[in-house]
Design a protein around this ligand. Structure first.
Ligand SMILES: Nc1nc2c(ncn2[C@@H]2O[C@H](COP(=O)(O)OP(=O)(O)OP(=O)(O)O)[C@@H](O)[C@H]2O)c(=O)[nH]1
Length: 347
């Protein structure tokens, strides 16, 4: 019991998803006498569910986060885990399967309403006793409640997107996961020196066009609905491994993982066209303008955001419903480079 309490205190002391994951698998591993416990992410990509391990603890080794070898892959299709797939489809609390060697795997999706984007997987050489299941059930409830609380503090209440507060942390995570920056590239230097097919991380600032007009003409309730629908279009247009934020008002920011300039143009333009062709109830047609730039570890977030903002304002002043790439505008002599100076004022 002491051990259970110690784990509960540890889990509830965290204010970060990563530490919470590490803490829950450490607790489950010890209390269930498991040989391996994992936290799995369940991500919906183009209507298909994919499974990717997020954290793991194996007998005798400390718990750790799982590096993602291929950031462009959403993970393994759920069809590789038939018992888990059936459990999710039936909205059940758990699935337990024994293999030919008698080893048991227990899956516990973490349901939040009718969605589960996380699942615990516990592997044990012997069947689970009802006591063990009971203890694990309790831990899962605490874990789910804490996930919920963390989500609440990290998300924008209107759209459910990540909020501004979480941006710096997500940006540094993305930079830490990014390939070595090109040592020859100085801040402000145009990107033509890079290969066009080089994969980079990207930041895009998205702003709804003439949104004041939507509010003025249809009222704030319809304005809010437009923001929610645009947030949904963002979630469905960008990839599961990208991060979408509402920065406030009608401004959104997207962090896009490892992709080439050609691809980022296609991805952003697909989103722009998805908005343009969406029929917004009552309001009709709405468009967005986008400014985007590649992310580099040598530049401060304020500089990266400033560049994307400059490209966005170029789009705004050149007809709107456009996606503009900062470096292309600079190379074309259409924008001045931003000095790499944290205290610079841009506008
Ligand atoms: N409904 C709603 N409106 C908001 C919210 N936050 C900000 N706004 C409104 O968004 C509008 C932003 O207007 P502006 O910054 O003038 O920009 P715009 O009309 O979109 O024009 P451009 O950006 O130049 O295309 C203002 O009318 C704000 O009141 C919100 O949460 N809900």
């Amino acid at each position: 019991m002491d051990s259970l309490l110690k784990h509960m205190v540890d889990m509830t002391g965290h204010r970060d998803h990563t530490m919470l994951d590490i803490s829950v698998i450490s607790a489950v591993q010890e209390l269930a006498h498991a040989t391996q416990t994992r936290v799995l992410s369940l991500a919906q990509v183009r209507g298909q569910l994919f499974v990717r391990p997020r954290a793991i603890i194996t007998d005798g080794l400390p718990a750790k986060m799982v590096d993602n070898p291929d950031p462009s892959s959403p993970g393994e299709p759920i069809s590789n885990f038939p018992a888990l797939a059936a459990c999710i489809a039936r909205h059940e609390a758990s699935a337990d399967v024994a293999n030919a060697q008698g080893e048991h795997t227990l899956w516990l999706p973490i349901w939040l309403g009718d969605k589960a984007d996380t699942c615990l997987e516990i592997v044990n050489p012997t069947p689970y006793t009802s006591d063990t299941i009971h203890v694990i059930g309790g831990i899962v409830s605490v874990y789910r409640n804490f996930q919920n609380l963390l989500d609440y503090s990290e998300r924008d209440s209107l759209t459910g997107l990540l909020n501004r507060k979480t941006f710096d942390d997500q940006l540094s995570k993305m930079l830490a996961a990014s390939p070595e920056p090109d040592a020859l590239t100085l801040p402000g230097e145009p990107e033509r020196r890079h290969h066009q097919d080089q994969e980079k991380q990207w930041l895009a600032v998205v702003d709804v066009d003439h949104f004041k007009h939507v509010n003025d003409r249809f009222g704030h309730l319809y304005g809010d609905e437009v923001l929610i629908l645009i947030a949904n279009l963002m979630t469905s247009s960008f990839r599961a491994q990208d991060r979408v934020f509402r920065f406030g008002g009608e401004e959104f920011v997207v962090l896009l993982r490892s992709t080439t300039l050609d691809n980022v143009k296609k991805i952003i333009d697909r989103f722009r066209v998805n908005v343009e062709s969406h029929e917004f109830p009552q309001v009709g047609r709405v468009t967005v303008s986008v400014g985007f730039v590649s992310i580099s570890a040598v530049e401060a977030p304020v500089i990266i955001l400033g560049k994307a903002d400059q490209a966005l304002y170029y789009a705004k002043s050149h007809g709107r419903n456009l996606a503009c790439h900062y470096d292309e505008l600079v190379e074309g002599g259409l924008l001045q480079t931003i000095e790499s100076n944290d205290t610079a004022e841009f506008f």
